[in-house]
Design a protein around this ligand. Structure first.
Ligand code: ATR
Length: 280
C-alpha cells in the first residue's frame, strides 16, 4: 500500500516542528500518511511545488519565506486566503488544479478561544506589526466582534493600509491605525506581538499601562524569540502570556482536518511538542 504523502516547505526548514505535529495527529487519528520537511529552493519555488503535486503529493504546508509566492502560484484561493494575501496550505483538486488556503488566522483564534478561554467580543485588542502575520489575523479577529482593535506599526502607513483594507469587516468595532509612538491609550485586554522584533535594548520600546491587569499577551513566534516580549508583559502584570506554539499546532490541525476529513485533538499534541521544546 502506498501512503498518501504530505510535506512542509520552507527555507530554512531543518527546525520545523510540522513533521512531528502531523505524525502525532496521524497516530492519534489512525491515518496512514507520510509527512516530511522539504527545503524550498528560493529561485525555483513555483516549478518545484508544481512538480511535487504532479508526482502525487497530496498536500503541502508553506512556511517562511514562501507564503506570498504560494499565494501567487495556486490556481484558486479559499476566501480566507484571498483576504490574507498569503497561503500556508495547498491541495490538489480532482482535476489537478491547486487550491490555496490560509489556516493561520483560524489557528490563532482557536488557540485564543479554546486553550486560553479568551472571547474577543466587546474587548480591546492591540496588534503590534502590520506585515503578513497581522494581515492573516484581521479577518477572524474582526469577525469575533471586538469593541476596539488597534494596529500599531513602526511604519504607520502600513498600519493605515490594513485599516483601509479591512474597514468593511469592522462592523461595530472601532478599527484604528497608529505608529508605535502614538498608540491610543490602553488598557488593552489582548496585546499581540506580530512584529519580527523582540523587545529590549534594540527592540520595541512600549509605554507602560498598555495592558489590562487581567490581560493576555500573545507573541506569534515561539521559543526564545518570544522571550523578551513575554517577560515585559509579565512585568506589566499580564494575567496570561503565551508564545505562538499553540497557534502553530492549531493551524496544523486545521490543515490536517481539511486534508484528511478528521480533526485531531490538539491539547495532547501541544503538550508533547512543548515538552520536547523545553527539553531541547
Ligand atoms: P510577517 O510576515 O512575519 O508579518 P513582515 O511582513 O516582514 O513579516 O512584517 C514584519 C513586521 O515587523 C512589520 O510590521 C515590521 O515593521 P515595518 O512595517 O515598519 O517594517 C515589524 N518590525 C520588524 N522589525 C522591527 C523593529 N525592529 N521594530 C519594530 N517593528 C519591527
Amino acid at each position: 500500500m502506498s501512503l498518501d504523502r504530505y510535506a512542509v516547505v520552507g527555507n530554512p526548514i531543518g527546525h520545523s516542528l510540522s513533521p512531528r505535529i502531523h505524525a502525532l495527529f496521524a497516530e492519534q487519528t489512525s491515518q496512514h500518511i507520510v509527512y516530511e520537511a522539504r527545503l524550498g529552493r528560493l529561485d525555483h519555488f513555483t516549478e518545484d511545488v508544481r512538480a511535487w503535486f504532479r508526482e502525487g503529493l497530496r498536500g503541502l504546508n508553506i512556511t517562511v519565506p514562501f507564503k506570498e509566492e504560494a499565494w501567487r502560484l495556486v490556481d484558486q484561493h479559499s476566501h480566507r486566503a484571498e483576504r490574507a494575501g498569503a497561503v500556508n496550505t495547498i491541495w490538489a483538486e480532482a482535476d489537478g488544479r491547486l487550491t490555496g488556503d490560509n489556516t493561520d488566522g483560524a489557528g490563532f483564534l482557536r488557540d485564543l478561544t479554546q486553550r486560553l478561554g479568551f472571547d474577543p467580543a466587546d474587548r480591546a485588542i492591540l496588534i503590534l506589526g502590520a506585515g503578513g502575520a497581522t494581515r492573516g489575523l484581521l479577518e477572524p479577529l474582526l469577525c469575533a466582534a471586538p469593541a476596539h482593535l488597534v494596529i500599531a506599526n513602526r511604519t504607520p502607513e502600513k498600519a493605515r493600509r490594513l485599516q483601509q483594507d479591512f474597514a468593511d469587516l469592522a462592523g461595530g468595532a472601532r478599527l484604528e491605525a497608529s505608529g508605535l509612538e502614538d498608540i491610543p491609550a490602553g488598557p488593552y485586554d489582548l496585546l499581540i506581538n506580530a512584529t519580527a522584533a523582540g523587545l529590549g535594548s534594540d527592540g520595541l520600546a512600549l509605554p507602560r499601562g498598555l495592558l489590562h491587569a487581567q490581560g493576555i499577551a500573545y507573541d506569534l513566534v515561539y521559543g526564545p524569540a518570544a522571550r523578551v516580549f513575554l517577560e515585559w508583559a509579565e512585568a506589566q502584570g499580564a494575567r496570561t502570556v503565551t508564545d505562538g506554539l499553540g497557534m502553530l499546532v492549531e493551524q496544523a490541525a486545521e490543515a490536517f482536518a481539511i486534508w484528511r476529513g478528521v480533526r485531531p485533538d490538539t491539547a495532547p499534541v501541544l503538550a508533547a511538542i512543548r515538552a520536547t521544546a523545553a527539553a531541547g
